[in-house]
Design a protein around this ligand. Structure first.
Ligand code: G1P
Ligand code: ZN
Length: 544
């Protein structure tokens, strides 16, 4: 095996965002672009010689060719072994599990998550560390720094690897193992949940299931787990074949993008349970018959019922949510006397808390829920948790959530996204918001008295690191909140996210439509940030 050094020049835009480096595919396809970033990662890691790297992606366009390049670079940079998902496929949670199970040094996951894929769409790459979780900021900062000064990358003259045939090849210095992407993960799920009970509930017809894999990575996982292992009727998993462009769709599990599923679940003869996952398998959407569970509520319901699941039969040490996620889970934690941590947006902030066993369950409003079994959010895991819960309780999804609201109150919640806002306008909006912060506390706005108004900063309780500028929070005495944040995953202009939340204890009002219930807060948010006025947009691009 011959290694080569190839001269290159830095690109100035290789700064990882909320979840790795995400760009248009064409940007990644520029000569040396992928190679530079991968070399910047390898250069920033210590003692990689002889170590194992896990490699896989969500199957989107450019996945296979990027994998071939990375294998050759891993060899030239001294890794001893690369473990690759067959076909170049690994869901994000499965990659996390495989890193942990094999005590690998780390892993590279090729994905732009829920962003569309294809030659004119998005591609991405993220590095996960040895605990299986996304690289913390000190790593991603180092990758970016290194990418600014890089002058060469190293690559081995190896033939392309056959990604489709299982087995190990190579020699003592460098080997490549192609593994089944599903089996280890499916085995782990079987340890965490009561599969026989779920299987019985499905067999008896008590649970009927529809899962939308959105032509993305979870197709093969869902087929194996739901149809083969849990005996759901063939065809319960729809859009099950991963496609390079996700069938032209936007593989984001929400009511707008998982439309086929939503139509079924809100139509006649709906199954009792519906769910979907995203491009790389870490997100989830949960639906009952005629009923949508907000991700924030889902987290709270899972926390409240954790003891019913084998994995959590001894209870939870604590829980965590990202800052913009609704406060529903806080109420559960308070009731059970366990801590609830509020972290910045992005899964990487949960890693230390999970490693230190301060928490065992965590989630984000953005359709992300997960636990201590891996270090990523996990779409199918959340679906199995709900199935297990339905099988134990024998009640409908809607009934379980309504009972939860009756006990804890409902945090009526919505997120409004304004996409592709010009960067200078977005910065102007934040400057304008920042100017108002000192004057807001104590004022009564739209009938709500402001308790605090600040820019969120987080100090990690384990390693003491501080993350600043994590979004603007305006909290009211009555429990309502408005949060403003700029997305760290968008690839065009800026995306302004406005998170709105109102606490309702009156059971008679629990069935209100969220947009109506939040109308006065929505108007107030516009008065404060002026996004419509400044951009000329008449409505949010996406409402979830
Ligand atoms: C978005 C979500 C965030 C999630 C991330 C990766 O990031 O808001 O919760 O962790 O995608 O899935 P954002 O674009 O808001 O930075
Ligand atoms: Zn994802």
């Amino acid at each position: 095996m011959q290694n080569r050094s190839v001269a290159t020049q830095p690109f100035d835009d290789q700064k990882p965002g909320t979840s790795g480096l995400r760009k248009k595919t064409k940007v990644f396809q520029q000569p040396n672009y992928l190679e530079n970033f991968v070399q910047a990662i390898f250069d920033s890691l210590e003692d990689i010689t002889g170590q194992t790297l896990v490699l896989g992606g969500d199957g989107r366009y450019f996945n296979r060719s990027a994998i071939q390049t990375i294998i050759k670079m891993a060899a030239a940079n001294g890794f001893g072994k690369v473990i690759i998902g067959q076909g170049g496929l690994l869901s994000t949670p499965a990659a996390s599990h495989i890193i942990r199970k094999n005590q690998a040094y780390g892993g590279l996951v090729l994905s732009a998550s829920h962003n569309p894929g294809g030659p004119d769409e998005d591609f991405g790459i993220k590095y996960n560390v040895s605990n299986g979780g996304p690289a913390p900021e000190k790593y991603t900062d180092a990758f970016y720094q290194r990418s600014q000064t890089i002058s060469e990358y190293r690559i081995a003259d190896l033939p392309d690897v056959d990604l489709d045939t299982l087995g190990e090849q190579g020699d003592d210095n460098f080997s490549m193992e192609i593994i089944d992407p599903v089996s280890d993960y499916a085995e782990l799920m079987q340890e965490l949940f009561d599969f026989p009970l779920i299987r019985d509930a499905i067999a008896s017809g008590a649970i009927t299931l529809r899962f939308d894999a959105m032509h993305a990575i979870t197709g093969p996982y869902a087929k194996r787990i739901f149809e083969d292992m849990l005996a759901a009727a063939p065809g319960s998993v729809i859009n099950a074949t991963p496609l390079e462009d996700f069938g032209g769709g936007h593989p984001d599990p929400n009511l707008a993008h998982a439309k086929e599923l939503a139509d079924t679940m809100f139509g006649p003869d709906a199954p009792t349970f519906g769910a979907a996952s995203d491009g790389d398998g870490d997100r989830n959407m949960i639906l009952g018959r005629n009923f949508f569970v907000t991700p924030s509520d889902s987290l709270a319901v899972l926390a409240a019922n954790a003891r019913l699941i084998p994995a959590f039969k001894d209870g939870l040490p604590g829980v965590a949510r990202s800052m913009p996620t609704s406060q529903a889970v806080d109420r559960v934690a308070q009731e059970y006397g366990i801590p609830c941590y509020e972290t910045p947006t992005g899964w990487k902030y949960f890693g230390n808390l999970l490693d230190a066993k301060k928490i065992a369950l965590c989630g984000e409003e953005s359709f992300g829920t997960g636990a201590d079994h891996v270090r990523e959010k996990d779409g199918l895991w959340a679906v199995l948790f709900w199935l297990n819960l339905l099988a134990v309780k024998g009640e409908s999804v809607s009934r379980i959530v309504h009972d939860h609201w009756r006990k804890f109150g409902r945090d009526i919640y919505s997120r409004h996204d304004y996409e592709a806002v010009a960067i200078d306008i977005a910065n102007g909006i934040f400057d304008h918001l920042r100017e108002q912060l000192p004057t807001l506390p104590g004022q009564t706005l739209a009938g709500n008295r402001v308790k605090y108004a600040d820019e969120f900063s987080y100090q990690d309780p384990i390693d003491g690191s501080v993350s600043r500028y994590q979004g603007i929070r305006i909290g009211f005495e009555n429990g309502s909140r408005i949060v403003f944040r700029l997305s760290g995953t968008g690839t065009v202009g800026a995306t302004l996210r406005i998170y709105l939340e109102r606490y309702e204890t009156d059971t008679g009002k629990h069935d209100q439509d969220a947009q109506q219930a939040l109308a006065s807060l929505i108007e107030l948010a516009e008065q404060l940030c002026e996004v419509k006025k400044r951009t000329g947009m008449s409505a949010p691009t996406v409402i979830t």
